[in-house]
Design a protein around this ligand. Structure first.
Ligand code: NAP
Length: 245
């Protein structure tokens, strides 16, 4: 039985991943900001076979509180094997450009909260000598695009942090999983027109589960985003700067 902390547990993608862990009979400490949504997720996971489900209502913009959550999970579950960081918001880039406070708040939610969680979790898992640390980052972190570089910069910061952490954690037997979805049809993207490249939360959530169980390093999902990422990385800077994406 795994003991799993999920932050942003009401996320559509995280819920789909959690269904698979619940079917394995795992135990959960769920963290989210909306008590009603959190209770519904907890009930669903219990019905699907979860061994135990505890939860906490937390605004994940509260960075000191993020750091404490690892200790809370250890206390609630009697230990901790697995962390899935899933909170995120997709800000309006144009609004961010004229509102520094908004930009920094978005950066905090998408990067600083996850990093605060990872620092404390890494210390715990390193001492333990086992575990899985996973974060849902994004394809948006692959390069800075004019249409969403505040969000993209936050995701890139987390991916870079994870790469260094993976190198450190390899010696301790801890897996560090960076999941980079492309477009996914979830509440976060509800306002966007749905193009052909959109995947379902169920498909991406299942891939999150598989990657965490396997201890994969970097996962693009669906699979074709790996090749799109490669092409995007190869475009010369002078040409990339002229693209309106
Ligand atoms: N959808 C995509 O196309 C896509 C693509 C690449 C990466 N991602 C990443 O995937 C992850 C999951 O997103 P999703 O697509 O599943 O969207 P979602 O369903 O909207 O999930 C976002 C989650 O973040 C939580 N959250 C936002 N602000 C918070 C705060 N201040 N305190 C606590 N929780 C907060 C939301 O809580 P509430 O339920 O209370 O709103 C929700 O649980 C995110 O990190 C996102 O950046 C998504």
């Amino acid at each position: 039985m795994r003991r799993i902390l999920i932050t942003g547990a009401t996320s559509a993608i995280a819920q789909e991943a959690a269904k698979h862990f619940a079917a394995d009979g795992d135990a959960f400490f769920l963290v989210g900001r909306d008590p009603d949504k959190l209770a519904a997720v907890a009930d669903d996971l219990r019905a699907r076979g979860a061994n135990e489900v505890a939860s906490a209502v937390v605004d994940l913009l509260d960075l000191p509180r993020c750091s404490q959550l690892i200790d809370d999970a250890v206390e609630q579950l009697g230990g901790l094997d697995t962390l899935l960081v899933a909170q995120g918001t997709l800000p309006d880039q144009a609004e961010c450009e004229v509102d520094p406070a908004l930009s920094l708040r978005e950066f905090s939610l998408n990067a600083m909260g996850p990093i605060a969680l990872l620092i404390r979790a890494a210390a715990h898992f390193e001492t333990q000598g086992s575990g899985c640390l996973a974060v849902i980052t994004s394809m948006a972190g692959v390069r800075g695009r004019r249409s969403n570089y505040v969000y993209g910069a936050a995701k890139a910061a987390v991916s870079t942090f994870l790469e260094g952490l993976r190198s450190r954690m390899g010696d301790a037997g801890v897996s560090v999983v960076d999941i980079r979805p492309g477009f996914v049809d979830t509440p976060m993207t509800a306002h966007l027109p749905k193009k052909t490249l959109f995947a379902t939360a169920a498909l991406v959530g299942e891939r999150v589960y598989q990657a965490m169980v396997a201890g994969d390093a970097v996962v693009y999902t669906p699979w074709f985003w790996r090749w799109i990422a490669l092409v995007i990385q190869l475009i010369p800077r002078s040409i990339f700067a002229k693209l309106s994406i």
